[in-house]
Design a protein around this ligand. Structure first.
Ligand SMILES: [Zn+2]
Length: 315
């Protein structure tokens, strides 16, 4: 791990908690493995009941929301294709994102029965912007900026995709914070994905592409997304290292996605509160007792954050 002296101010207190969190001896100790954590029930670690998951923010029928999402997603893909930024099926980054997302998707179904009917589309746009988005209906996109500049491990990418998939499953795009109500220009929306524009003439109706969510929605997506990814066999401790990476970038560079996902004490506490259950799910996915989980493979997040900031400053 990098020296604390190299970290942005304000990260240290979080890191003190984090060091205990990622070390995880208390969770990994066999004595801590209660019968319920060795064999989690189908009840979710988030405390959400799958049966009540079609939670209902019924201002618009789901089909209508999904159609809007599909239309806006298509506008984005068309713009990326026109700028030759839509990566082809054979591209390694596309294959990597699809492989991980497709492992996660079956574990999200219980939160939204209608999602069994979704026609998933998973794409990667070649652009320096750091962004990822999943809309209701299963329309997922990640930028190469996110994949390459953040140096995400597979575990971290799984946590990120789980988080975005959770936003889609819970239809968080229905309830936009008031601060995001003002429509961005098509050009500004395009730039969120590293594109020059969304089309000519520019379509105005693309608000879902600039999705930002409430803090409560963020918490729900964190916990649910981590659970989905843990059930799929990805290390939930990477949810913490993922947000730590974002935290470094947030302090040193201007990226809309990162600014919309601050790594604050609440995010850490929420993840920490559920981590024991998540580790039990992860252990079950690996077919191992909780006490035999592999040590967490940490990452040089501070170095990654510095790299992104240096690149942005050079722009
Ligand atoms: Zn989010």
């Amino acid at each position: 791990m990098n020296s604390l002296s190299t970290l942005p101010r304000g990260s240290v207190s979080l890191l003190l908690v984090l060091s205990a969190l990622l070390a995880g001896p208390a969770w990994a100790a066999p004595a801590a493995a209660s019968p319920s954590s060795e064999a989690p029930s189908d009840a979710t670690a988030t405390g959400h009941n799958a049966g009540s998951s079609v939670m209902l923010r019924n201002r618009m029928p789901p089909e209508q929301l999904e159609q809007q999402a599909a239309d806006q997603y298509q506008i984005l893909l068309n713009a990326a294709s026109k700028e030759k930024r839509l990566l082809p099926d054979k591209n390694k980054s596309v294959q990597r994102v699809r492989l991980i997302a497709n492992k996660l998707i079956p574990y999200g179904l219980k939160w939204n029965e209608q999602s069994r009917q979704w026609h998933w589309e998973i794409n990667v746009i070649d652009g320096r912007a750091i962004n990822a988005l999943c809309l209701p209906g299963g329309k997922l996109v990640v930028t190469t900026g996110m994949l390459e500049r953040m140096h995400l491990t597979d575990n971290e990418l799984a946590m990120l995709l789980g988080h975005e998939i959770a936003h889609a499953l819970r239809e968080h795009a229905r309830d936009r914070p008031a601060s995001s109500a003002a429509p961005l220009t098509p050009r500004a929306v395009a730039q969120l994905f590293g594109l020059n524009n969304l089309g000519h003439p520019p379509p105005a109706a693309t608000p879902l592409l600039a999705a930002t969510y409430t803090r409560d929605d963020e918490t729900e997506a964190d916990v649910m997304g981590t659970e989905i990814a843990a059930r799929a066999g990805y290390d939930p401790r990477a949810a913490v290292s993922l947000w730590i990476k974002f935290d470094g970038v947030n302090r040193l560079a201007r990226q809309a996605y990162v600014q919309a996902h601050p790594f604050d004490a609440r995010r850490l506490v929420d993840l920490q509160k559920h981590m024991r259950d998540m580790l039990a799910l992860y252990a079950r996915a690996l077919g191992k007792p909780l006490g035999q989980l592999p040590a967490f493979q940490g990452v040089g997040y501070a170095a990654s954050a510095r790299r992104v900031a240096e690149q942005d400053n050079a722009d």
